[in-house]
Write a protein that binds this ligand. Structure first.
Ligand code: NAP
Length: 305
């Protein structure tokens, strides 16, 4: 009998994972924030995944935090700023050998979650898959990609990666998950805040080459000083490549701000600046970028944490 996948957060990535696991015949349960959300979900009849224009409903069972029953495997699929509080509500249900997969972007939330559940194994993930909600309980699979998983303190891969293969979730186990997360964070810091401040698509940053280059130099220094030299390699070249390859796209932070949604700034640029100050590194352009972004978020009435 397979272990049940408890999925915390029925948003874009949570739905993308839950529906693929369920359609492969694996046991999945959704954990929703309260009885009202559970009732709303049950009235809908399931999660809808839209793939290549075709919508299919998957009747994944739902429950709330207060449901009884142990949790052995938990996929944490909420935003970085919600992860710690959401996992805390479940801590008493985790078995002594529980394993958590943390899908959050950026850095900082994973350590906060892990500190809260010291008995559990926390596996960090970094995904290039793309999905968005186009309605309640309805998600569009927008971009195929890959999910890297790893555990910086324990290099052996868990046996249940087979479930991901069965479910057709492209993935790879890596001993260098922190390098991947830092690299993605650095790319995000060099691109996303500037797209918000210059009100442009990624390609618009080609007009701000010097600003991007200065940020890349400071980010490279940060990565080298904080023990992530591999994540620093040829950073500027990759940032320029990404700007070019995704020129027509709006960054995730741009979309969050445009839609009046809270950003994950504290776990991206905020985390970079916090680590710089912990290492007593003076990175004036990065610090100034953070101040400009915070001021911008305030003018839009959005939280800056
Ligand atoms: P999302 O669509 O906003 O989904 C987050 C879900 O978490 C929501 O359904 C929300 O519930 C739920 N949630 C929050 N607090 C909760 C709580 N206390 N109890 C139960 N549920 C709770 O976010 P997402 O886009 O999937 O992103 C999740 C993470 O993956 C982020 O860190 C993001 O950066 C990262 N990521 C996303 C993508 C992507 O393409 N979407 C790609 C790569 C990485 P409600 O519906 O009730 O608000």
């Amino acid at each position: 009998m397979s272990t049940t996948w408890h999925v915390l957060g029925a948003g874009s990535l949570g739905t993308l994972w839950a529906t693929r696991l369920a359609r492969a015949g694996l046991p999945v349960k959704l954990i929703l924030r309260d009885a009202a959300r559970l009732q709303a979900y049950q009235a809908t009849g399931g999660l809808t995944l839209v793939e290549q224009g075709e919508a299919r409903v998957y009747a994944v069972p739902g429950e709330t935090f207060d449901s009884s029953g142990p949790i052995k495997r938990l996929l944490v699929a909420c935003k970085a700023y919600d992860a710690q509080t959401a996992v805390a509500q479940l801590a008493s249900r985790l078995t002594p050998d529980a394993e958590l997969v943390l899908l959050q972007n950026g850095l900082g939330s994973q350590e906060a979650v892990a500190a809260q559940v010291p008995q559990a194994r926390c596996i960090f993930a970094s995904s290039t898959e793309g999905a968005f909600r186009d309605g309640d309980w309805r998600v569009v699979f927008a971009g195929h990609g890959y999910t890297w998983l790893g555990d910086a303190s324990h290099p052996v891969a868990p046996f249940w990666l087979d479930d991901l293969s069965t479910a057709g979730i492209p993935h790879e186990w890596t001993p260098d998950i922190l390098t991947r997360l830092w690299r993605k964070l650095a790319l995000n810091c060099a691109i996303n805040p500037l797209t918000v401040l210059h009100d442009c698509r990624n390609g618009g940053l080609q007009q701000h080459h010097c600003e991007v280059a200065t940020l890349c130099a400071e980010l490279t220094e940060l990565l080298e000083q904080c023990g992530q030299p591999a994540a620093a390699q040829d950073l500027q070249q990759e940032v320029e490549r990404v700007i070019h390859a995704t020129a027509a796209n709006y960054s995730s932070m741009y979309q969050d701000v445009a839609n009046q949604r809270r950003t994950e700034i504290s776990y991206l640029l905020g985390h970079a600046c916090a680590v710089a100050s912990r290492h007593q590194l003076v990175l004036p352009h990065l610090a100034q970028l953070q101040q400009r972004l915070i001021a911008h978020l305030h003018t839009r009435g959005l939280p800056s944490d």
